[in-house]
Design a protein around this ligand. Structure first.
Ligand code: UD1
Ligand code: MG
Length: 511
């Protein structure tokens, strides 16, 4: 029976948002993965409108550029002077002269609005055959908002701005949420009749309701089930409050799908993030952008992931990652920094104070401590000793390092790119490797060690060291041969764990 309606969406985003006190236009402020404008546009997305018009004014270039990125099909329309919400809608409709059917108008600063609520508003409006329908909500504190004034029968009479309201009208707690559905031809007609006879001298979109109502046109109110959805954002205190509300909404939704959040109040997940069942997110964790966390993975505490994919069963502890990939069962942190194109294959390990950039760490390979890995390919099951630095930058160019499968790089080594350590090769601790090490070879660049006996007694007499040395030497003289002291091999090994001693590489890497 009813004809399919052509639908238009108009978003009002020309205001400056003075109270934000920001160089950034209000609608571009970010809120858990989208700008305020982005949130509003996604609330309207399920309407599948034929046309979306965004009225821009303050920061029009910036808003227009952002719009081109997030909604290239939307049309920005410039409102050079902000002469009121009625004026804004009038010029928006001028830009779509062929529009008919329903137009949905949304203030650009209501980011918690749900798509379901917008759809319900439109459905109620179209079913009632109304000329205009306003989304209203009963709020605890209506300060600053337009009030819904109803007649004795409960029918909408008019919408009154607070500054133009009588004290009786100010006591009304049912407010205009700033989201509306209109019948386009009747709206156009009413917009042509708006006056600026009000406290702000502006054309108020809300006056359309009084005008249409008194002309006998049906105007209706659709009450939002949850007033939180209608909260606007006028300053940064309100923005922070909206962020907490949205955080709770997002977190609750994830918990209901089977994700464990150990401390939801300190867990901040962008709307754009995806989490698999049985992922565990520990406290103080931020998951941003296109981040994905696989099933059984444990992320946190104290982790920030931006555009990072974490595979099933991986762990990421007290670390920061951006544009990285953590393979299934891999282990990251504590205190790791993964930068763009860091790709950690399954069951690999990137440990404490390790930075990885534009590098592949192969399956089961380990970089456990204090290393920089830049522009490298590390083969499967290779072991990179503590404090290994991949020297990727010669001051002009970035160069690559390849470490073969099963290679073993001793502690405190520089791998000076471009260079290759072959499969199964060893590099002795403390080496600076600038030439390829063939598969299975030991690369070593250290000068032989010399011990100058008695140096401390001669050069540092009277010091703590000299006294300790003297005691040790006396004890050694008095000790029975072969008893008490560790054998030479054990002593070197024990020392090598921490300082990278003089033995072969096998003794000098940490695990
Ligand atoms: C408006 C409503 C008020 C409602 C409230 C809900 C009017 C007259 N009043 O008041 O009843 O309770 O929203 O938040 O509409 N804008 C333009 N061009 C303009 C003026 C405004 O694009 O010339 C945009 C703003 O950027 C903003 C939106 O319209 O996104 C609303 O404008 P704002 O000044 O915030 O209106 P309120 O005083 O909040
Ligand atoms: Mg406002």
């Amino acid at each position: 029976m009813s004809q399919p309606h052509l639908r238009t969406v108009v978003v009002l985003a020309a205001g400056e948002g003075k109270r934000m006190k920001s160089a950034l236009p209000k609608v571009l402020h970010p809120l858990l993965g989208r700008t305020l404008l982005g949130h509003v546009l996604s609330a309207a997305a399920p309407l599948a409108a034929d046309r979306t018009v965004v009225v821009v004014g303050h920061g029009a270039d910036q808003v227009g550029a952002h719009l081109a990125e997030i909604a290239p099909d939307a049309t920005p329309v410039l409102q050079a002077e902000q002469l009121g919400t009625g004026h804004a809608v009038r010029i928006a409709l001028d830009a779509v002269p062929d529009a008919t059917g329903t137009v949905v108008v949304i203030n650009g600063d209501v980011p918690l609005l749900r798509p379901e609520t917008v759809s319900a508003l439109v459905q109620a409006h179209e079913q009632a055959g109304a000329a205009a329908t306003v989304l209203a909500a009963e709020v605890p504190d209506p300060t600053g908002l337009g009030r819904i004034v109803r007649d004795a029968d409960g029918r909408l009479e008019q919408i009154v701005e607070e500054r133009d309201a009588t004290s009786a009208q100010r006591a009304i707690r049912e407010i205009n949420a700033g989201i509306y559905a209109f019948d386009v031809p009747r709206l156009r007609d009413a917009l042509g009749k708006l006056s600026t006879d009000n406290d702000q001298g502006e054309e108020y979109l809300t006056d359309v309701f009084g005008l249409l109502g008194s002309a006998g046109e049906p105007v209706t109110v659709h009450v939002a089930a949850d007033h939180v959805e209608t909260l606007g954002c006028n300053d940064r205190v309100e923005l922070a409050a909206l962020r907490r509300l949205l955080r709770d909404r997002i977190n609750e939704a994830w918990m209901r799908t089977g994700v464990s959040l150990l401390d939801p109040e300190t867990t901040w997940i962008d709307v754009t993030v995806a989490l698999d069942r049985d992922a565990v997110i520990d406290q103080n964790t931020q998951l941003r952008g296109g981040t994905v966390v696989g099933t059984g993975a444990v992320v946190g505490p104290d982790v920030t992931l931006v555009d990072t994919v974490v595979g099933a069963g991986a762990t990421v502890l007290r670390s920061h990652a951006i544009g990285a990939e953590v393979g299934p069962g891999a282990s990251v942190g504590p205190y790791a920094y993964l930068r763009p194109e860091a790709r950690l294959a399954e069951k690999s390990k990137v440990g404490t104070f390790v930075e990885v950039k534009n590098s592949e760490v192969g399956p089961g390979a380990k970089v456990p401590h204090l290393s920089y890995v830049g522009d490298a390919t590390i083969g499967a099951k290779a072991n990179i000793g503590a404090a290994t630095i991949f020297v990727n930058y010669d001051g002009v160019n970035k160069n690559r390092t390849v470490v073969g499968e099963g290679a073993f790089v001793g502690c405190d080594t520089s791998l000076i790119a471009p260079v290759e350590v072959g499969a199964g090769a060893y590099v002795a601790a403390g080496s600076a490797i600038a030439q390829d090490v063939p598969p299975g070879a030991l690369g070593v660049t250290r000068a032989p060690q010399r011990n100058i006996e008695g140096w401390v007694a001669r050069k540092r007499p009277g010091t703590v060291s000299a006294a300790a040395a003297e005691r040790a030497l006396r004890a050694a003289e008095g000790a029975p041969v072969g008893g008490g002291a560790a054998s030479e091999g054990e002593a070197i090994h024990g020392e090598a764990e921490s300082v990278g001693g003089a033995s072969a590489a096998g003794d000098t890497a940490t695990e």
